[in-house]
Design a protein around this ligand. Structure first.
Ligand code: ZN
Length: 195
């Protein structure tokens, strides 16, 4: 569990347990916000595929849904390790749940410029160019290797989350002016105790 301070205004900021039908209660982690150095350093590879990892992955899905996100990387809950969860349906389709452990983009094609946001940078969005198609090589929660192809939003989510595992935030893909403006506003919010 993260001990990083987050705004008390967001529902995800307090650790609570959400009861779910036919599954054990999950821990909702607070989302680490921009400014925390953990978001800007590469995570360590996952080597142990055990019940602890499985539990953590389910907690990540629960935390992501609670925060209304479509992707969440382990550094965003304060764990500097290389895994992320993605569900571009936001929980509407259980089949759409994707766990990426030690993922790598092995192929990218095309370009799409689209607005993007991040749970760790709430309230700010910016246009980021991402590949239209990507192929990702990863392991599942059991450690079994697999390959998955993503298109458009899914490709974007894969790239955004894999960036997180490398300590890269979407801000780094923005133009300097836009990036500096967002950073200035966050600084101001911090000063006011609202970040
Ligand atoms: Zn993000």
């Amino acid at each position: 569990m993260s001990d990083k301070s987050t705004s008390s205004k967001t529902p995800a900021a307090t650790a609570t347990e959400t009861p779910q039908v036919s599954s054990p209660p999950r821990r909702i982690y607070p989302i680490v916000k921009y400014g925390d150095p953990i978001l800007e350093k590469p995570g360590a590879p996952v080597k142990k595929f055990d019940a602890e990892l499985e539990g953590l992955v389910e907690d990540m899905f629960a935390s992501m849904y609670a925060a209304q996100g479509v992707g969440l990387a382990a550094p965003q809950i304060g764990k500097s390790v290389r895994f992320a969860v993605v569900d571009v349906t936001g929980g509407k389709n259980p089949e759409a749940k994707i766990v990426l452990v030690n993922p790598e983009v092995t192929h990218a094609e095309g370009e799409v410029r689209e607005e993007e946001g991040c749970l760790s940078i709430p309230g700010f969005r910016g246009y980021v160019v991402r590949p239209q198609f990507v192929t990702v090589k990863a392991q599942n929660v059991k450690g079994e290797p697999f390959e998955i192809r993503g298109e458009n939003l899914l490709a974007r989510a894969f790239c955004h989350e894999i960036d997180h595992l490398n300590g890269i935030l979407f801000l780094q893909h923005l133009g300097m002016l836009k990036r500096d403006m967002i950073k200035r506003k966050i600084k101001k919010l911090k000063k006011q105790g609202e970040w």
